[in-house]
Design a protein around this ligand. Structure first.
Ligand code: 4AZ
Length: 256
């Protein structure tokens, strides 16, 4: 169990190194992205953010990015993170790049659950924000995942934003994979348990898992957090349960 978490931390560090060293252009017949997905269209998920430490995020407000606690180092002044938004192609001349000013890591975060953090930006990004779930109403169904992370387990980071859909996995089924490593009140699982093949992967951490609400608007229900490898049968992806933390996130955002 500690081993799993150690692997998770290692993979994030590896993702940073990969992001710095080998941002791969993807060919037109690209292999499955995110792991098992396809390329997102320009403007399809305008709230998506790539963070320079090799994580994803979503615009919570024009000047605040919601990401994972394990993507950041603690709380306080931080001008070292660059957020890139507004383009599916990270190398697009029209991509908007904004520096951070502050980071707020979830209070009480110790590597188990509570995997959320906020990053304040030096200026607002003129793109739509992603609404966050405030109740459990949307915590089941089919979810969309997106990111610039690895398209295969151990593979390189992506230049183009990739997307896929994954079904909800119950806590009971998820516990069969992860036992007491899963914190069911704070984590949601998703994936094709029997087949594998589609999942978030290294470098997607911090990005949103989302679906449509009853009004047809995208709503964020999860934050990419961890899992055993990527897209393996029997091992769904684990996501921070946003609805559990909605009020804590709102309170924290108000202090930034
Ligand atoms: C990571 O290290 C990571 N398959 C993200 C998601 C998953 C595993 C690892 C889930 O960023």
């Amino acid at each position: 169990m500690k081993l799993l978490r150690a692997l998770k931390r290692y993979s994030v560090v590896a993702a940073v190194a990969l992001a710095a060293l080998s941002l791969q252009p993807s060919a037109s017949a690209a292999p499955a992205p995110v792991v098992g997905g396809t390329r997102a269209a320009q403007g399809e998920f305008p709230f998506m953010v790539r963070l320079s430490m090799g994580c994803g995020g979503a615009l919570y407000a024009p000047n605040i990015v919601l990401t994972a606690a394990h993507c950041v180092d603690g709380s306080g002044t931080n001008t070292s993170i660059t957020a890139t938004a507004g383009a599916v192609d990270l190398q697009s001349p029209s991509a908007v790049k904004v520096k951070s000013t502050k980071v707020l890591q979830a209070p009480g975060y110790n590597g188990w659950g509570k995997d959320w953090a906020l990053i304040k930006l030096a200026k607002p990004i003129n793109q739509p924000t992603l609404k966050t779930a405030t109740t459990t109403a949307y915590n089941t169904g089919t979810f969309t995942i997106a990111g610039w992370g690895a398209a295969t387990e151990g593979g390189g980071q992506q230049r183009y934003l990739l997307k896929a859909t994954v079904p909800y996995v119950s806590d009971a089924v998820c516990r069969q994979a992860y036992g007491s490593d899963l914190v069911p009140a704070e984590e949601l699982c998703a994936g094709y348990v029997s087949t594998g093949g589609t999942d978030t992967c290294q470098g997607d951490s911090g990005g949103p898992m989302f679906r449509k609400d009853d009004a047809g608007a995208w709503i964020q229900v999860g934050i990419v957090s961890w899992g055993q490898g990527c897209a393996r049968p029997g091992y769904p992806g684990v996501y921070t349960e946003v609805s559990t933390f909605a009020s804590a996130i709102a309170s924290a955002a108000a202090t930034l």
